[in-house]
Design a protein around this ligand. Structure first.
Ligand SMILES: Nc1ncnc2c1ncn2[C@@H]1O[C@H](COP(=O)(O)OP(=O)(O)OP(=O)(O)O)[C@@H](O)[C@H]1O
Ligand SMILES: [Mg+2]
Length: 269
């Protein structure tokens, strides 16, 4: 049994069938990249994993526990099994970097304390302590992504690369089993891409389990244990970076790489 097992996932939006039976598995500590042309359902797949969209059919299980469809029967169904880093960062503009990271942690902490009651001073004290602990943790996380000097800055005062690193710290704050990235560098200027990719590489060396949707093929090749090529709502081909890049088997995979290399040649002219 693999750590993550995705089985026959289907998702449609009205008449549009986007995921048409997606199945794959990955082990704990692996890095899996998903590549493929625009509009093929890569974002939709990540959103279904994260519970941001509801798949129409299929199953998702982690460590042998079903997380989709949810029946409320196990602890993995709290929605915290997956973390997500979005293409456009999705930070709260009205909060500092630090608050962006602590917010979700505080909401989680409050849940563990049960119902609110204005006269429950023990609960108030416990919450205060948990919040202080969260703040210390958030500062450490921001330092880990190289932002110890930016904790009090607002998103509009940060570069795109710095905002994306805050978003990564925020995703890590909830200790997800699997961290997902949806084109984490595509909204960044090329000179800022490197700093985000460096953080992802560092997370890999720490043994994080990650799924990365990316158009940065060279990066995918370097950082991934396994690569999935998606086409027309299904997984067309899966393999190690070497297998996929050097010896693609499917005609669709070959065509995808050929089209990309034509583009690169055009840009060189
Ligand atoms: N909320 C939605 N409502 C209706 N259609 C949607 C919705 N989200 C996605 N789609 C459609 O689903 C298809 C797949 O979209 P998706 O964003 O998953 O593709 P993608 O592979 O991530 O593309 P890209 O590489 O451009 O990011 C597209 O045709 C898109 O228009
Ligand atoms: Mg997308």
């Amino acid at each position: 049994m693999a750590f993550l097992e995705v089985n026959n996932l289907y998702k449609s939006f009205n008449e549009t069938e986007v995921l048409k039976g997606v199945s794959f598995e990955m082990e704990r500590g692996e890095v899996l990249s998903i590549i493929g042309s625009s509009g093929n359902g890569k974002t939709t797949l990540l959103r279904c994993l994260n519970g941001l969209e509801m798949a129409n059919a299929g199953t998702i299980s982690i460590d042998g526990e079903t997380v989709f469809p949810a029946d409320g029967k196990n602890s993995k169904q709290t929605g915290l099994t997956f973390g997500m880093v979005f293409q456009n960062f999705n930070l709260f503009p009205q909060y500092t970097a630090l608050r962006n990271v602590t917010l979700a942690m505080d909401v989680q902490a409050e849940k563990t304390l049960g119902k609110k009651n204005p006269f429950d001073f023990k609960r108030k004290q416990a919450l205060k302590e948990l919040r202080a602990k969260n703040e210390t943790e958030a500062r450490l996380l921001l330092a880990r992504v190289g932002l110890e000097n930016k904790v009090d800055n607002y998103p509009c005062e940060l570069s795109g690369g710095q905002q994306q690193r805050v978003a990564i710290a925020r995703a890590l704050a909830l200790s997800p089993d699997i961290l997902c990235f949806d084109e984490p560098t595509s909204a960044l200027d090329p000179e800022l891409t490197g700093e985000v990719l460096k953080v992802i590489k560092q997370l890999r060396s720490e043994g994080r389990t990650m799924i990365i949707v990316t158009h940065e093929l060279e990066f995918a090749r370097n950082v991934s244990d396994k690569i999935i090529f998606m086409a027309d709502g299904v997984i067309e081909e899966t393999g190690t970076p070497q297998e996929l890049f050097e010896n693609p088997k499917s005609e669709k995979t070959k065509a995808f790489f050929e089209k990309l290399s034509e583009k690169v040649t055009e840009n060189d002219d």
